[in-house]
Design a protein. Structure first.
Length: 577
């Protein structure tokens, strides 16, 4: 199989080592399949497996298994995959970035040329491409295929997360939220995120007619803490992640991309779930490629890197050597495409549990109100209740939004960043205002995860209004009018333009627009009114982005029962709709 050292590819890329063949199935053969997915060995006997070549346009398909012995017992995932492939090939659907990514400057769409190449392309999917335990078939070589996943991802132009709402054979619901909880799915996502060759963003498929580019919250979902059916798979997958990260670091340093290199270097031990490594200043400067004097460094500076690494003593030593505690990092796609993150922002986002580190930064006079037009103060970036309490005790305003262009207090920022429920609980306890604006707006952005829905229940308990239209005044009103004019002139306006043109809608309208099915069901159960119109005289059903959402809104009265705080959205009989 060769050694483990990376090999240089054309254009200066480093190639991941491949330990087992890469088997794929042609798209045209996938479209002809009926019934259930067939395993690797059967497809090989039928002559449907072909070995990958560089001439192929390949699509890596990541999915959650819906059964213990078969990934798709009822064939639902196969049908959705076939529908979405046909829709892409025919150009019937437009694949673009979600609204949040577009706000951060990501405006890519899947081109007609790329859609055309899919038709003649090939699919990598684990049940197809990796030997399976079927009957007496041996799978002794399977570990070599697992070690090769980084190579397989790199060789695919597109990464498709197949996450439609479907029932597991045990009865619970699977979707994009449960997908990202699975350890193997996380491994595939991390390999994609850390890839340097696969240029097309993650395509999230949540229905027969719904596909969009998205940036799943990979960084707060490390592989080592994912759900594995077999506990022995956890260390095996984590070793793959460690190898991929080491590979990434070598490439970034060779390319002199020091911002990204320093970020991954600082987060390395956290990402693989091992203890913080303490470094002397000399070791730190050498490993992170910083030079003296320390005060000259801006951007993702020395203190920011030490904070990301979780070394509070090193933070103190660097500050004593005149390194700034208030450097502002450039836009980093690994974290958030907005620029201006301070060491305190980064510590709140990645080291919220380390109150000693946060206290050290505050003691060294890190700017607790650091913000800009598109970046909120650090309070909204906290991920533990203890961090929230500490920042407020040091003077952060629980209802202040700093220099943000849009009215977005910390509670809405935290919701939009999918902060754990304990953060929202603490903000509410400390009198965060959820009545003067609509915090449900941020929940719609964040997606329909269990965490987001639990946060929505807490907002209901705090008297937040599910029917409150988004207030549009000042600069927001100007942006709304400009977006409406643009939508009138543009044949296929991007989702960001549609969002701003309809910004005056209710939370239900946002859920419909962003195809947030779970949150939409939640709102309907919480008595959200689907007849409220926005400034354009449009109802939520008029803003729906898929037939599934339109169907839910049309048939709501048949299944939606009044529920004071909507105890459990999964109790709704969504299967029958």
């Amino acid at each position: 199989m060769g050694n483990c050292s990376p090999r240089s590819l054309e254009g200066g890329h480093f190639e991941h080592e491949q330990y087992a063949p890469m088997w794929v199935v042609k798209v045209e053969d996938v479209l002809e399949m009926t019934g259930r997915l067939q395993p690797h060995q059967v497809l090989k006997d039928q002559g449907l497996l072909v070995e990958w070549s560089s001439m192929m346009f390949s699509v890596f398909v990541s999915h959650q298994w819906l059964g213990f012995s078969h990934p798709d017992p009822s064939g639902e995932q196969l049908r959705v995959l076939q529908s979405i492939l046909r829709n892409l090939i025919s150009g019937r659907i437009k694949v673009e970035h979600d609204a949040v990514s577009q706000i951060n400057g990501c405006l890519r769409t899947l081109t007609l040329a790329e859609c055309g190449r899919i038709q003649a392309g090939a699919i990598w999917l684990d049940y197809f491409s990796v030997p399976q335990h079927v009957g007496s078939s041996p799978i002794g070589e399977q570990p070599q295929y697992v070690r090769s996943i980084p190579s397989y991802v790199d060789r695919c132009e597109a990464f498709l997360a197949l996450t439609p709402s479907a029932a597991h054979e045990m009865g619970y619901r699977c979707n994009d939220d449960s997908w990202i909880q699975r350890g193997w799915c996380r491994l595939e996502l991390w390999c994609k995120t850390l890839s340097t060759r696969s240029s097309i963003p993650v395509i999230q498929v949540t229905g027969h007619d719904v596909a969009q580019f998205t940036k799943p919250d990979w960084i707060h979902n490390p592989v080592h803490s994912g759900d594995f059916a077999l506990e022995e798979d956890r260390p095996a997958s984590n070793r793959v992640v460690q190898a991929v990260l080491e590979h990434k670091l070598r490439e970034l340093r060779s390319r002199k991309n020091l911002t990204a290199y320093r970020f991954y270097k600082a987060c390395f031990h956290t990402m693989i779930g091992v203890s913080v490594v303490e470094r002397s200043i000399e070791e730190f400067l050498s490993e992170f490629a910083f030079s003296l004097p320390l005060k000259q460094h801006s951007g993702l500076g020395p203190v920011a890197c030490a904070a990301l690494a979780g070394d509070s003593q090193l933070v103190r030593s660097l500050a004593s050597s005149r390194a700034s505690v208030n450097t502002l990092a450039p836009a980093m796609p690994e974290v958030n495409s907005v620029s201006g993150l301070s060491p305190l922002h980064l510590a709140c986002m990645f080291r919220s549990h380390d109150l000693k580190l946060l206290h050290t930064l505050l003691e060294l006079r890190a700017d607790i109100n650091s913000s800009n037009g598109f970046l909120s103060t650090p309070l909204g970036w906290c991920r533990t209740a203890g961090a929230v309490e500490l920042l407020i005790r040091h003077g952060s305003g629980v209802n202040e939004w700093g220099n943000l262009i849009f009215h977005m207090p910390p509670v809405e920022v935290a919701l939009g960043l999918r902060a754990p429920c304990e953060v929202l609980a603490k903000l509410l306890e400390l009198r965060a205002d959820v009545t003067s604006s609509s915090p449900f707006f941020s929940v719609a952005f964040a997606g329909g995860s269990n965490n987001s829905l639990n946060s929505a229940r807490m907002l209901l308990g705090s008297k937040a209004d599910v029917n409150q239209r988004q207030l549009v005044v000042g600069i927001e009103r100007k942006i709304e009018l400009a977006a409406r004019a643009y939508c009138l002139c543009c044949r296929e306006p991007p989702i960001l333009a549609k969002f701003f043109a309809n910004i005056s809608t209710t939370p239900l309208g946002y859920a419909a627009m962003f195809n947030n099915e779970d949150f939409l069901i939640f709102l309907l159960c919480a008595r959200a009114d689907p007849e409220i119109k926005n400034n354009r005289n449009l109802r939520p059903i008029d803003l729906a982005s898929s037939e599934r959402i339109r169907q839910l809104l049309r048939e709501r009265l048949e299944w939606c029962e009044p529920c004071p705080l909507v105890s459990n959205v999964s109790d709704v009989s969504w299967f029958s709709i």
